[in-house]
Design a protein around this ligand. Structure first.
Ligand SMILES: [Zn+2]
Ligand SMILES: [Zn+2]
Length: 135
């Protein structure tokens, strides 16, 4: 994280708002097909928190089970992709960096599922790249 500013964010329509305590412990680009199809974009950019760091100020995400263990949270009104969690890691909650009021505050560290990265997207950053999940 670049500053000590408090991280605030929410969905497109404003029905969902959140505030974060502290900083994410990691952040990544994900190019997997599930992220592509759930967001309607060619990748998602995620930031990882301990569950207790995330305070929902307004509204709640509606969760979709995109696979047996994955829950993807979106706004029921505007469809914005807001959150991600893995049932095997109940302590963690992942939020979309794009939903921050200032997405410049959190920088992703690595790329996963680059096997699914669209060929016309040139990314020149120096982040590590993993063809599938990072193990
Ligand atoms: Zn919304
Ligand atoms: Zn993904």
């Amino acid at each position: 994280m670049k500053t000590n500013e408090i991280l605030l964010g929410g969905c497109l329509c404003g029905a969902i708002r959140y505030q974060i305590d502290g900083a994410p412990f990691d952040a990544d680009y994900c190019h997997c097909r599930q992220c592509q199809l759930s967001s309607g974009a060619v990748m998602m950019v995620w930031m990882d928190f301990k569950h207790q760091q995330v305070n929902w100020l307004k509204g709640n995400v509606t969760e979709f089970a995109s696979s047996e263990k994955i829950r993807r949270g979106f706004c029921q009104q505007c469809g914005c992709s807001v959150s991600y969690r893995h049932m095997d890691h109940p302590d963690y909650l992942t939020l979309s960096i794009a939903t921050l009021d200032n997405p410049n505050l959190v920088t992703p560290n690595y790329h996963i599922f680059t096997d699914n990265q669209v060929t016309w997207l040139a990314l020149e950053d120096k982040c590590s790249r993993y063809p599938q999940a990072r193990l």
